[in-house]
Design a binder for this molecule. Structure first.
Ligand code: 6XA
Ligand code: ZN
Length: 344
């Protein structure tokens, strides 16, 4: 399987994130991709190539112009006031307040941010646009006839909506890829999100559309991030009614519960009969993940790949979360190799 990768991800390296009320070293860090690249080389998964340099057009199809302007300038404006440290919000337009974009950078951060765990650094724009390019390039390979491809994106994307950054995500790589597939002629695209966390950004972007099916397996948002979306009763609206399927599961879920949920998701995708599929892949469902509470094993990732590979659709895999760095390469490549091996 071909991997698309840009070294520009290294430009984004947050010093800290908030966890449990204190600032701790950020778990979403460059070493994650080193682990995956090393394993791709070890097992000879296939070639690794750079993105095509498709520019911002694919990004503009998904994100709003004011949001992109903010993301691009945000750290510069912040630095003029606070120096060269990572930017983070502290105040939000919560219930009872007015959601009007303020003028100051502190206010604008709160306006566009969903949480305090997603710092904007001096290199965030460069890394996030490179990751979007990686995803868009992968989608073009699929549109040109590849059966599978791996977009090795970082920072991840599935929490980012059209105009909100959150959950370590700034630009929604998977949504950008799905939109490229639509724009390149796919009449129907399915996005299958198997990260531990609900892909709230992707769901929101496609919620009112019937041409993109969103299926997500994740930890129950009643007890896990992102907390405010991802319940089973969210099924889409308007033209998108019936084109969202959420399969939340309890903390502690292992393959005995996860496997049947995956079958349900894949059955829905089969019925939808998409021309192509985007898999938002997170390895944070792993037993040893430091911020998550599912119990999948290394072998379970092979099982997932095999089951998804059998769906007989072209598949672009887009990297999302996974923070047990030592096991990340093995788990991810187990998934990819099994998926490719099962494809017909
Ligand atoms: C915020 C947790 C962010 C979740 C990031 C993630 N403390 N999303 O892995 O898929
Ligand atoms: Zn995650």
């Amino acid at each position: 399987m071909i991997t698309i990768y840009s070294d520009d991800h290294r430009a984004h390296h947050a010093a800290r994130e908030m966890q449990g009320g204190v600032a701790v070293p950020a778990v979403e860090k460059p070493a994650r991709l080193d682990s995956i690249l090393a394993r791709i080389g070890e097992v000879g998964l296939g070639p690794v190539r750079p993105p095509d340099g498709l520019g911002l057009d694919p990004v503009r199809r998904v994100h709003t112009a004011p949001y992109l302007a903010f993301l691009e300038q945000g750290h510069t404006l912040w630095s003029e006031q606070f120096g060269d440290i990572d930017a983070a919000p502290f105040s939000w337009p919560a219930r009872g307040l007015r959601g009007i974009e303020p003028k100051s950078i502190e206010g604008r951060l709160g306006y566009y941010a969903g949480d305090v765990s997603t710092p904007i650094t001096g290199g965030t724009w460069r890394a996030a646009t490179a990751a979007a390019d990686v995803a868009a390039t992968g989608a073009c390979l699929i549109a040109d006839g590849a059966r599978s491809a791996f977009a090795l994106c970082r920072p991840p994307g599935h929490h980012a909506s059209a105009d909100v950054f959150n959950g370590y995500c700034y630009l929604n790589n998977a949504a950008i890829a799905a939109q490229v597939l639509c724009d390149r002629g796919a009449g129907r695209v399915a996005v299958l999100d198997i990260d531990y966390h609900h892909g709230n950004g992707t769901q929101d972007i496609f919620y009112r559309r019937g041409d993109v099916l969103f299926v997500s397996l994740h930890a129950d948002p009643a007890v896990e991030y992102p907390f405010f979306l991802g319940h089973a009763d969210e099924v889409g609206e308007g033209a998108g009614a019936g084109a969202t399927l959420n399969l939340p599961m309890p903390l502690g879920t292992g393959y005995a519960v996860y496997g049947p949920a995956l079958d349900r998701g894949l059955d829905a995708i089969d019925r939808f009969a998409p021309d192509a599929m985007v898999v938002s892949f997170g390895a944070d469902t792993y037993d040893g993940d430091p911020i998550s509470a599912f119990r999948l094993t290394g072998d379970d990732f092979s099982r997932l790949g095999q089951r998804i590979g059998r769906i007989a659709r072209p598949v672009l895999v887009v990297m999302e979360g996974g923070y047990a760095v030592d096991a990340l390469g093995r788990n991810t490549v187990n998934f990819l190799a099994a998926l490719e091996g099962a494809q017909t």
